[in-house]
Design a protein around this ligand. Sequence first.
Ligand code: NAD
Length: 418
Amino acid sequence: MQNLLDSPAYSEAVMQFDRASEGLIIEEGLRDRFRFPQRALAVSCPVRMDNGELKVFSGYRVQHNHTLGPCKGGVRYHPEVDLGEVAALAMNMTWKAALAGLPFGGAKGGVTVEPSSLSQAEKERLTRRYTAEILPVIGPNKDIPAPDMGTNPQIISWMMDTYSMTQGYTVPSIVTGKPTILGGSAGREEATGYGVAYVTRDSIKKYLQYRDGVSVAIQGFGNVGSYTALKLKEIGIKVIAVSDVKGGVFNPNGLEIEEILEAVKETGTVTEWNGGEKITNEELLTLECDVLIPAALGRVITNRNASELKCQMVVEGANSPITAEGDDILREMGITVIPDLLANAGGLIVSYFEWVQGLQEYFWPSDTVFAELKKKMESTFEKVVDFSEKEEISLRLAALKLGIEQVAEARKLRGLYP
Ligand code: NAD
């Protein structure tokens, strides 16, 4: 596993772990255990393309740690997916679940593919083959996949069907993020974005001196970005810019989010909305605004552009959107960072609700889901803020320390096998 450290994403996750676990009472050997995943599976998935050609795609499923319960984590379809990135994301899931007090370990999966280059039929064949290849390590009490970048409820439904066919009966709890008709939870689709919006509102109240007229720019208008924008607008917080892979739109007076959603439905991109000025993704990141929410790729705020940011706060909607060097620069500039472990935990929290509802076969109405989500997001926010103030450390360090401490404590109680 040592060669995982060749990956910039993975070595950064380990560096963050090392920084955060400093001062915590953890046996040195256990520290080594936490530095690497418990299990990492690399698979190749042959797929018959529509034109008759056979193409092979690389896929991964990494389980970082399952001390607290079954592993949980999304599946990403993106051309830059590699083992290091997936392993880094899996490690973060371990700390995120522990921080939110959920009985899960951390996992992540992915396939190296540009999903928009596949037809629907090719996507289905790839998903079914990927699921079949990772079958030995997943299960409703073992490891439960969910959507992430490039995947959606349809892909999750195919995963559930493939797993169920191999078992000979329907197993809805093998995945979360499925449509409600297949046993999904009300509110799962909105959960991550709504959670980001709740945390953004609380952080504005806590860390910015004013509230009226606060402006927000969001990079990414997929699942996380679009629901964050919708909820912020509903709360009364002005969203002045959004973007997707093709570029962005900006209007200092605020955007009509519902209209942009319509434009995306019709044309596939926010850039076709005519109510604002066109901007690039780089311009969006350095736009003058109060709060910047990166909600697309990881590692977009780096030592190259961090010093050009003109916001007062960054809320991490995406996973790991700021590199360690970028983070140091933002701290020196006095920009508050609300870390991903806290900001985007809403999806994981409602995934937990979905898993619980599935196991009990008793389903909650959406207002119960959203009320419980809000409660959990607010209590986790308070926990992280209090700890960061008490220890005089950044919110990121506080969130990581709290998560790591939980897992280390549980590991100590369980002891070592054999
Ligand atoms: P998605 O696939 O639904 O949307 C991704 C968005 O990012 C799209 O608008 C896409 O056009 C845009 N994008 C892609 N490449 C880009 C680029 N190079 N520059 C700018 N924009 C680009 O994905 P999602 O589920 O919204 O996930 C977004 C981020 O949030 C990821 O980092 C993911 O790990 C994280 N996240 C997602 C969830 C979830 O429940 N979906 C939960 C926690 C964290």
